[in-house]
Design a protein around this ligand. Structure first.
Ligand SMILES: Cc1cc2nc3c(=O)[nH]c(=O)nc-3n(C[C@H](O)[C@H](O)[C@H](O)COP(=O)(O)OP(=O)(O)OC[C@H]3O[C@@H](n4cnc5c(N)ncnc54)[C@H](O)[C@@H]3O)c2cc1C
Length: 473
């Protein structure tokens, strides 16, 4: 065993229940954690996450300091950096897995380099309950439908010996092993639109633990009902923490198992964790879905290219208040409520008939919780071309969705404040309010708030006709 170890940190920015870090600290005298920032994956692709990452690295550095482990942050290409480690350096490298096909591919190349250079390495399970290879149908093929997948996966997970809550050992002395280190601030996006995120989030492991406790204490009991209402703070909001590994999904699972009276809320919540597992399984067994439709019949779908509509959608200026509220929430906070994600997604792919990949790209750039598996699988679910997807012909009516899930308009008015004085009956279809009343309340549709960019009924019919075309092919 070498005296020195490197833990390559990627999506596991945490102390608790971190297998790679705890193993390294228990088996080596000197441990350094390194984070390699490769701007190829971030610039103009994941701008919001640059902020989250920068803040998280700052917090994690302080947490690691307490264990005499330094966090060395550098920019560059992972393969180039790891190629420089030689057997004579007497260093062992550890990491936890990330379940994305391109990341797995890169990991293989790095392993080959270590083998060639005779560098010791070891890797551990990543932030997932069950590794995707272990959940297959009886005939050995992967699941494409959620319910049987999760029935199988949950059972398997419950049968597994629970992993111990792994502890990090405090080391005697800190070391620095790499050169050309950068400060986490250098990762921040160039545009300072990110500054407002500070109002909404505090990215750290401590905060993740608080969010989890709040879920268990206050939210999970009613989660089954409240999770659909965007004006209620009814969901865990753990998604960005999960993405960055500030909490291990096993920790969430274990906390949920300790709930004495497991009701509907518990079941629903656990199922959502199941959807996360399912998405990871899908993109690994069907990596082609990262580039195109999982259902190939959708390759002939007559998508519309309309830059103007796409821009209005991104800017929250479609004239449909619930859609605009969601898009503005996303831009302002880097997060959007799941119900509203479904509504805005459906609007883009069905009312505007713009390809789902445009939505996927925009979400990727703006979401703090972006992860390849959930984002691609969910966009294809919304578009109807994914696994176990909502059928394309089921088209969300943005007016009825608004009325059903934000009747009093608390959410909508928060993000679309220009509709503050709109009477409730018209909030989700403000264009129907007679002109003279619009004048009275000083909200002129077309001036103070946009006219709807498409007519719901017509857009719906056009979408259904377009769908008929692929069915005939
Ligand atoms: C078009 C679209 C794009 C999405 N893109 C992403 C994405 O990039 N990253 C992401 O984490 N989620 C994505 N989701 C799923 C879901 O909206 C978010 O996970 C959820 O809103 C996060 O908030 P929360 O942590 O409060 O969720 P909770 O309701 O508290 O759920 C707990 C956890 O379960 C998982 N989860 C919940 N819903 C889903 C789901 N439908 N599919 C998969 N996992 C789920 C998440 O990890 C979440 O943190 C997307 C959904 C849609 C419709």
């Amino acid at each position: 065993m070498t005296k020195k170890a490197i833990v390559w940190i990627r999506e596991d920015l945490r102390i608790d229940n971190n297998p790679a870090l705890s193993y390294a600290s228990q088996n080596h005298d000197f441990v350094s954690a390194i984070y390699i920032y490769n701007n190829k994956y971030f610039d103009k692709k994941r701008e919001a996450q640059k902020w989250w990452l920068s803040k998280s690295l700052e917090a994690f550095k302080k947490d690691l300091d307490k264990f005499n482990i330094s966090l060395e942050i550098m920019t560059g290409d992972e393969i180039e950096i790891f190629s420089k480690i030689k057997n004579t350096d007497e260093i062992t490298v550890y990491w936890s897995k990330v379940y994305e096909p391109s990341v797995i591919e890169k990991g293989k190349k790095i392993r080959d380099i270590f083998v060639k250079n005779e560098v010791n390495y070891k890797y551990f399970k990543g932030n997932i309950l069950i590794e995707f290879q272990n959940i297959l149908k009886d005939d050995g093929t992967p699941f494409k439908v959620f319910t049987p997948f999760w029935k199988n996966a949950e059972k398997r997970y419950l049968e597994q010996i629970p992993s111990k809550n792994l502890k990090i050992k405090k080391l005697n002395k800190k070391i620095i092993l790499m050169k050309n280190l950068i400060d986490p601030k250098e990762i921040l996006p160039k545009k300072d639109w990110y500054k407002k995120f500070e109002k909404y989030w505090s990215p750290s492991e401590d905060e993740a633990k608080k969010f989890l406790q709040r879920l268990i204490n206050d939210k999970i009991i009613n989660y089954g009902e409240t999770r659909d209402y965007p004006s209620i703070d009814g969901t865990s909001k753990l998604s960005p923490f999960l993405k960055h590994g500030q909490i291990n999904v096993e920790t969430i699972w274990n906390k949920c198992q300790n709930i004495k009276n497991k009701g509907k809320g518990y079941r629903k919540y656990i199922n959502e964790l199941g959807w996360r597992e399912f998405s990871h399984s899908l993109i690994n067994f069907f990596p082609e879905m990262l580039k195109g439709n999982l259902r190939k019949d959708f390759d002939n779908f007559p998508w519309v290219k309309n830059e103007k509509h796409l821009k209005l959608w991104k800017n929250g200026m479609t004239g449909y208040p619930i859609v605009d509220a969601g898009m503005r929430e996303l831009y302002e906070t880097g997060w959007m409520h799941n119900r509203v994600r479904m509504v805005v997604g459906s609007f883009l792919v069905k009312h505007l008939r713009i390809h789902w990949s445009e939505g996927e790209k925009h979400f990727r750039n703006c979401l703090m919780d972006f992860n390849e598996a959930n984002n691609v699988a969910q966009w294809q679910w919304v578009a109807g071309c994914g696994a176990d997807a909502a059928p394309y012909f089921r088209i969300f009516n943005p007016i009825l969705q608004g009325i059903k899930f934000d009747k009093d308009g608390i959410y909508t008015k928060k993000w679309v404040p220009e509709l503050q004085n709109m009477p409730s009956d018209f909030l989700h279809k403000p264009w129907e309010l007679e002109k003279k009343y619009q004048e009275q309340i000083k909200i002129i549709i077309g001036k103070d708030y946009p006219e709807p960019i498409v007519n719901h009924e017509k857009a719906r019919n056009d979408a259904l006709n377009a769908f008929q075309k692929i069915k005939k092919n």
